[in-house]
Design a protein around this ligand. Sequence first.
Ligand code: ZN
Length: 341
Amino acid sequence: MLPTTIAGSLPKPAWLVEPAQLWAPWRFSGEELERAKRDAALVVLKEQETAGIDIVTDGEQFRQHFVHGFLERIEGLDFVNKKRIGIRAERYEADCPRVVGPVARPGPIHSAEARFMRAHTGRQLKFTLPGPMTIVDTIADEHYGDRPRLAMEFGRILNEEARELEAAGVDVIQLDEPAFNVYLEEVEEWGIEALHRAFEGLKCKTAVHICYGYGIKANIDWKSTLGDKWRQYERTFPVLAKSRVDQISLECAGSRVPIEVLGLLEGKEIMVGVIDVATPEIETPEAVAQTIRRAMEVVPVERIIPCTNCGMVPLSREVSMGKLRALGAGAAIVRAELGTG
Ligand code: ZN
């Protein structure tokens, strides 16, 4: 009951990268870097287990950024001559790889990492990949000139990768789609179809993470323009409810998302965000429990997976560890109340 998980990322140790920044440069290269990444993954795995997280991840220790870490190994992209473009409907600018030819996956990208994680934990293992719409929004296309078509190409590529991750023993494959809260019409027009292409034929659990982004300034400024009630999920959830995706996330901690929107996800398991990643303030276990109880007023407890609102990579390790512990302890409080602890 109430299995806990995290959206995906955790801060990297200061000996692996410059701390507290996105796109942080690695401190090593070659074989040394690979070893350092595996060491870091073991540390964050242990921290999750200690905190009582049930569905664990690699904390994205193996990749520099949740989108570009995957794309680095994709053919057809130019990572040398990046282009600065506005992303998430021009909310902020980023140096993005250019699409200069047909995109293809020359071979496995994260399989070895998934096998490494599988070998080191008996818990359910989740692996996160960027979703097709978010990928398309984080690259500078100079070849296809057609976002839906390019998204379907990435759906195909992600499906090849996802099938291998499933074979490596991954229990949950999650696609990260923060773009779903930005391009509401496109979600219905082609976003879901591209997700389905990515999940085709999988037998493991499938999940999609939708959010209002990391707790960085551009996102905090954006959120202040969204009004008293954040309605984005109201548009996308009815479409997602009809999809084949098993688990869907939303932000419930410190957000202005009306809790009733949970009711739009009939039949789905819901990753309820009970940890705010936009503040360094650590939730108390009781505050986490209270958010879980609020969700339970709208959806049956069997379908609730307490989770973080989004990735914790921009936070300090101390804060992230405190939030992990609050997440585990808060779920434990509610389990005890239900007599299932
Ligand atoms: Zn997120």
